[in-house]
Design a protein around this ligand. Sequence first.
Ligand code: HEC
Ligand code: HEC
Ligand code: HEC
Ligand code: HEC
Length: 134
Amino acid sequence: MQWYRSKLCFVIGLALFFFLSNFSFIVFAQTEQDYLLLGNEFVKTKRPQVKFYHDKHNQLARIEDNCVLCHHIYRDGKIIEDESSEDQKCVDCHKIKDKVLNLQDAYHKLCKGCHLKQHKGPILCGECHKKYNK
Ligand code: HEC
Ligand code: HEC
Ligand code: HEC
Ligand code: HEC
């Protein structure tokens, strides 16, 4: 009887372990998404959409305190240092069909422009537009 009970405990424990670890795996997988998939607003994309690891990228590039570099508000052609547009999307101001600085050009100028200037970060098409399985 003693033997039977400890074996039963073991089996239940094992089942519980797998149930919980499986469960926590699901929770982890859900909170794990630490990137933004950029470019959802393009109706049809020619290139794979860019996965942007927002926080990781900005730490690596040492611009995590400089939100307005990307989330800018311009006045008289200058970025206002203490006003952020982080609650807006790029496409709110840079439309897909704009003649000057449309969305695609805005992204390329911002992202690639800085990488070129700093000689750091990807500048080849396939380095940003990576193929991946959805
Ligand atoms: C290198 C450029 C860059 C920097 C620096 C940057 N961001 Fe972003 N951020 C982006 C881009 C690109 C998006 C996606 C915009 C879009 O979808 O139109 C984004 C999206 C966001 C979003 C919306 C997230 C979501 O889930 O939709 C928030 C909030 C945000 N950023 C806050 C910040 C804050 C706060 C900082 C500074 C601590 C910051 N960002 C610095 C580029 C940047
Ligand atoms: C609230 C509106 C607004 C939002 C949101 C916004 N921009 Fe802009 N952006 C502007 C304005 C206005 C200018 C200045 C255009 C000019 O000089 O005539 C500008 C300029 C730029 C420039 C040119 C900078 C230069 O030095 O020439 C780039 C590149 C750019 N934006 C990219 C982006 C990207 C990428 C996003 C999203 C992360 C974004 N912008 C979000 C309004 C916005
Ligand atoms: C102000 C400068 C600056 C801007 C703006 C910028 N980057 Fe970067 N980026 C860097 C630097 C610097 C690195 C290299 C960091 C390192 O490895 O030291 C980098 C690295 C990267 C990398 C490789 C590392 C990683 O996070 O996977 C990718 C991908 C990348 N950038 C994409 C982007 C995209 C997409 C945008 C526009 C939404 C962008 N960057 C805007 C400076 C910038
Ligand atoms: C530094 C990163 C970066 C590099 C390098 C880069 N792009 Fe992009 N590109 C972006 C981002 C960010 C967007 C807007 C969001 C998206 O489409 O995922 C974009 C958008 C586009 C779009 C519009 C959306 C679509 O897929 O139809 C095209 C086309 C494009 N890029 C082609 C290219 C080509 C061709 C090259 C090489 C000459 C290139 N890009 C290099 C970051 C990059």
